[in-house]
Design a protein around this ligand. Sequence first.
Ligand code: RFL
Ligand code: PHB
Length: 401
Amino acid sequence: MRTTVGIIGAGPAGLLLARLLHGAGVDSVVLEARDRAYVEQRQRAGILEQGTADVLRAAGAGARMDREGLRHDGIELRFDRRRHRVDLSALTGGRSVMVYAQTEVCKDLVALRLADGGPLLFGAEALAVEGAGTDAPRVRFRHRGREDVLECDYVAGCDGFRGVSRRAVPAGVSRVFERTYPFGWLGVLADVPPSHDELVYARHDRGFALLSMRSPSVSRLYLQVPGGTQPKEWSDEDVWRELERRLETADDWTLRRGPVTQKSVTPLRSYVHEPMRYGRLFLAGDAAHIVPPTGAKGLNLAVGDAVTLARALGHRKETGSDELLDAYSATCLRRVWQAERFSNDLTALLHRAPDATAFEDRLQLARLERIASSRAAGTDLAEAYTGFPLEGGADAAAADG
Ligand code: RFL
Ligand code: PHB
């Protein structure tokens, strides 16, 4: 099998890249290890930055998002039993975020890819990327029990944090920067209308809690839990009681309970692999970097990488110039590191470390007070939360594609 761009992984990064390349007249093959149901149903992100929503619209993947997604102009910070609304729009000159689940983004992009004529191979597991440093890279993969080879001009490693593509970068070239946190998030999905119309981020002496949503009738809730926690250690009753404690306010706000339909634990990690390119292999999304979910940045970074790579490959096709491909890693990493910084800061602001001292508790509260009382501090949070601009602009990028 032969193609111009071999794309490993049909998560948001790989699917969006395939769509943008199709628009730019660059052919590609997408290899996805899992089946379609897995890709479309895995519960993960829920918040799209405004720039991400703009990219999806310009790529022709925004119609259902605009009908069913929920535009949010603010978030609530909760601490000391008090509530403070961060008015994202007022602080950023009108920017907002969109509540639209990753599962739905993936469904929309899979449907478009199939309508574009594919190819998108489910159950096709990449085993290795070979010859990344040559002009003729190849992806060895297994599909329906048979081994096969995809010959490419370029390979896009969009295979997530546990994928194989990163391994094709020689050890002497790779640099890894990482931090693991001594806690994780227990996440539940519940069939109950959200108890607040915006997201609530709560700092509590017992640990962080987050109230989010998937739709007007489905809540998504998270609790900070110790590292290594198993979901089965928490009964539904335990989860609700703990959420009530951490989200409690001095006013008459109450938490609505409902049937829990899913429960899982995610470890928290920060990770960056540099460079994001080796020869003709380009890493995008979680394959190259991970952030703790606190800042809701992971999916948005994956989208940014896909846009930057699609633009560079389109430019190469149009002009024969490698200029944007050569700049790919550095261009992405500038934005990645801003998201790493923000995600780490917000995690530190809202979580309680197992060894936190009373002094550190007071500092957290002072920082939260500062965000609540200073327009400058609030603006800093609001700008980062609604998203850092894409170099070259989202519209320009998607219009290319
Ligand atoms: P993905 O989504 O992991 O997709 C990678 C795909 O590659 C496939 N694959 C392979 N295919 C072929 N051969 C192989 N050898 C392969 N190995 C792997 C996998 O099956 C998979 O389909 O990576 P991508 O596209 O880079 O997308 C990244 C995002 O999924 C991730 O950053 C976000 O989900 C992070 N995240 C959030 N991001 C946000 O922007 N906003 C949020 O609100 C948000 N909340 C979250 C999150 C992640 C969470 N978890 C579970 C980690 C909340 C949580 C709890
Ligand atoms: C989610 O709804 O899954 C979600 C929302 C905000 C975050 C992280 C996850 O910061």
